[in-house]
Design a protein around this ligand. Structure first.
Ligand code: NAI
Length: 284
């Protein structure tokens, strides 16, 4: 039986994951702002530092896996923008940086980061928003979305999820992660019925957008089913899954972007491709 850290353990999909792991006999160290083994506010540097240290202490320095589900939705309000960036991006990457050695100690750890299908279905997210977050500068990211006025929150939200997804894919294949036996992957849900979505549906303007959003299979996703996907991505079946983004979104991503991916390496990127190809150390 393993020891798993789960952020966002008090609600929605994080809670569903905790229930499934616990029912299977695993030990779970939950991290949340309330009702968790580790109570920490991931929107602050102190809270993130506390979460890193306290989980390591409770786990005894060895983790079989981690699920990064804590997140805040695209709630409108200028004061929410830094919180979205801090929780959804820094609340993942700072924790994983801090836990990496403990994950490596297990020899076969699995990590699931919660992304979102907003990454591929939200138009016009500025590159500099994503770039600012990837360099850890939340204030700069907030400044980059101010021009969207009242519509800034969904852009900041999608930007935070694009950044965290790219961070995961950049790190997943490196010697520090893949080479250390850690499988790092991203789950990208569509609209799933959880308190986060309920909050959006309770706001008339947001509700209109959510309900009009094309979902080919119809309706909303189920938190328990998403929990099953996470448990599968934590299992031995995921030994060969590395840096993947798994969309479970009722078909919205495929509907909007059928031809965006898979795509051959463009001619303009051939030099970079060749460089990566030639310098790869090989593992056989
Ligand atoms: P939820 O609102 O039910 O649960 C999120 C959890 O994160 C809550 O327990 C909350 O207390 C915790 N959290 C929020 N701010 C925090 C902070 N500052 N410090 C510590 N914990 C904090 O949300 P849900 O829907 O289960 O979302 C889970 C993940 O899935 C999130 O990352 C979300 O962005 C993502 N997602 C959700 C979708 C949906 O439709 N529900 C769609 C796509 C992605």
């Amino acid at each position: 039986m393993g020891v798993y850290a789960v952020t966002g353990s008090a609600s929605g999909m994080g809670r569903a994951v905790v229930e499934k792991l616990t029912a299977a006999g695993h030990t779970v160290i939950g991290v949340d702002v309330q009702a968790a083994e580790v109570v920490a506010d991931l929107s602050t540097a102190e809270g993130r530092g506390h979460a890193v240290r306290e989980v390591l202490a409770q786990a005894g320095g060895r983790l079989d896996g981690a699920v990064l589900a804590a997140g805040v939705g695209p709630t409108p309000g200028a004061e929410r923008l830094p919180v979205i960036g801090a929780v959804n991006y820094l609340g993942v990457v700072e924790l994983l940086d801090g836990w990496r050695a403990a994950l490596a100690a297990s020899g076969r750890a699995k990590v699931v980061v919660f992304g979102s299908n907003s990454t591929t279905t939200t138009p016009a997210v500025p590159r500099r928003t994503v770039g600012a977050l990837l360099s850890g500068d939340v204030d700069k990211a907030v400044r980059s979305v101010r021009l969207f006025g009242k519509g800034a929150a969904p852009i900041m939200y999608a930007g935070s999820k694009i950044a965290v997804t790219r961070w995961a894919r950049r790190h997943a294949t490196t010697t520090d992660w893949a080479g250390a036996g850690i499988r790092l992957n991203v789950l990208a849900p569509g609209a799933i019925m959880t308190p986060l979505l309920e909050k959006q549906l309770a706001t008339p303007l947001e509700a209109k957008t959510v309900r009009r959003f094309p979902v080919p299979v119809g309706g909303f996703g189920d938190a328990g089913q998403l929990g099953d996907w996470v448990v599968f991505m934590l299992s031995d079946s995921a030994d060969f899954l590395c840096g993947s983004v798994v969309f479970v979104d009722g078909g919205s991503d495929a509907y909007f972007r059928p031809d965006s991916w898979p795509r051959s390496v463009p001619v303009t990127r051939l030099a970079r491709y060749a460089w990566r190809f030639l310098r790869y150390p090989g593992n056989r």
